[in-house]
Design a protein around this ligand. Sequence first.
Ligand SMILES: Nc1ncnc2c1ncn2[C@@H]1O[C@H](COP(=O)(O)OP(=O)(O)O)[C@@H](O)[C@H]1O
Ligand SMILES: O=C(CO)[C@@H](O)[C@H](O)COP(=O)(O)O
Length: 499
Amino acid sequence: MKYVLGIDLGTSAVKVLLVNQNGEIHKETSKSYPLIQEKTGYSEQDPEQWVIQTIAAISELVDHFDGDINDIEGLSFSGQMHGLVLLDDEHQVLRNAILWNDTRTTDQCRHIYDAIGEKKLLEITKNPALEGFTLPKILWVKENEPHKYEQAATFLLPKDYVRYRFTGRLHMECSDAAGTLLLDVASQSWSEELCDIMDIDPKICLPLVKSHELVGTITEELAVDTGLTKETRVFAGGADNACGAIGSGILSEGKTLASIGTSGVVLSYEENSDLDFEGKVHYFNHAKENAYYTMGVTLSAGHSLSWFKEVFAEGKDFEELLAEANQVPIGSNGLLFTPYLAGERTPYADAVIRSSFIGMSDSHKLGDFVRAVLEGITFSLNESIHIFRENGKKIDTIFSVGGGAKSELWMQIQADIFDADIIKLETEQGPGMGAAMLAGVGCGWYESLEACADRFLEKNQVFKPNKESVKKYRRLYEIYRKVYGSTAALNQELKEFRK
Ligand SMILES: Nc1ncnc2c1ncn2[C@@H]1O[C@H](COP(=O)(O)OP(=O)(O)O)[C@@H](O)[C@H]1O
Ligand SMILES: O=C(CO)[C@@H](O)[C@H](O)COP(=O)(O)O
């Protein structure tokens, strides 16, 4: 039996799947790394930690592998999007990576609009200027750390950096490059016009490769560190949401994905690059060739639950917390939560907004708060579904992945709030499975991603919406939607008191 590795470089941890030719997960490992949050709105990670923990996860997996190591034929990557990794001309990292959920770049976004105009930006990149994207981060470094910017020879996205360390080869890959705001999404090439207008040397943009492309084999050093053979083939991989889509079989029109990882995402497959959502949702290249997807993003989805657990329920694990929430009725006994811990993207592109608990009373217990957090995150994702439905998309079935899909309670809450069937696959690790599928197709096991998906992906469970619960949640959702408007101005005033 032959195997591949699917490596998902998430925000909370790197997760590695060892998958065989039938799509069965033979082994999996995970290693976490911290977020560095110097100030409110800042979010960074040390790229060296990604490399160290990826090597540690693979070598642990290899140590426990009882087969022939030569049978692990290839690997590929899925990665958290948008994060800026700057390298000097000797390929040394110049500063911590500035991540997708870092919102320090509001001024730079304004500058982009002033320089290009919203219409032109949408024409080229298909997306608005949002704080999380990479171009505003490059401009922030240029303005605030000019000495670092002057030394920068190139930039990379998180998984492209780890792949570079595995192979010694520098590339960027299209599905991730789409999230930089420097790519002409329709032609899948860097926009020289944008570089020119933003006064960025186009030489810092690396050659682009496709997700399934073979970029090389692992270096001798990495083979020693991981225990893999140096013949192990490395395929480019994709943005985590594009890989999550592949790993859930979102490979044709009409299919929808909900992912609850650190962020939350609702994603819809698009055949064409010429639809117009007026920038209300993100519009990126898929990791399947010549395909696209649209997507709404909740910045702090799983992150809100992890934050709550760390601050208010230290020592409890997720299962215990969710069991308490399961004792609480729909609506959390009148408690509502908005998941704006680090600002928001869809539908409110607002870096200043912060979270609220509305309706707290002295009768509320821990379980009420946990349920309110789960419901608030899911209401936020429902706002993206709302946009898709308003634009004529029929959404009656949704594939759900990410850490949040480990919980049956949360899957049922999704079914009831989204009013759609929620499908759980054999693994909740869609992005890692998508990366493994790119490697499997790259190794020639299957002639297409679709053929691979037919063999690899199996439904495990379907969560159906309950009519009574759907009705209750509709009423609550209307109340939830009023919270943003009622708290936006208050948060502007509170801004000066933040760290
Ligand atoms: N047992 C669980 N039940 C529900 N949610 C969980 C559970 N375990 C983890 N999570 C959620 O999943 C999130 C991590 O999901 P993951 O997909 O691994 O994220 P990332 O890819 O961003 O690192 C955590 O922030 C947490 O909120
Ligand atoms: O910024 C986005 C998408 O635009 C995020 O979805 C990141 O790609 C991080 O993903 P997770 O770590 O939450 O999977």
